[in-house]
Design a protein around this ligand. Sequence first.
Ligand code: HEC
Length: 98
Amino acid sequence: MRHLDAELVGFRTQFLGQVGDWDGAAFTEFDLNDLAPTDSSMLVDGYQALAIAFEKRILEFNDHPNSEAYSSVVSGCISCHQKACPGPLERIAKRELP
Ligand code: HEC
């Protein structure tokens, strides 16, 4: 999860900085269903559906990296975190594009 967050920061910085585009940006694909939540109450109903929907957003970004696909990934982070683990929401909000 931390590496996903680091990738978001990297792509966002690339886009907003001197490079100004999304060239070469691609998330490392991994299976969120393999994630072992520290607290099993995090395995809320619908977790798997959220994980599958999120993976689709990742694949779409990797196929066509652009601002819209990036924002769709960030809202995927938010949807799952609102349900499963609200702690990092404040941090994730900072990944939105200005
Ligand atoms: C399908 C659900 C889901 C999605 C989507 C998701 N997360 Fe998480 N995330 C979790 C769960 C569950 C935990 C808690 C894991 C644990 O406690 O082991 C977590 C933990 C975290 C943490 C704190 C723990 C750590 O490893 O530092 C951060 C930060 C985080 N997520 C950021 C993100 C970002 C950024 C995205 C989008 C790129 C994202 N998450 C997408 C479910 C999700």
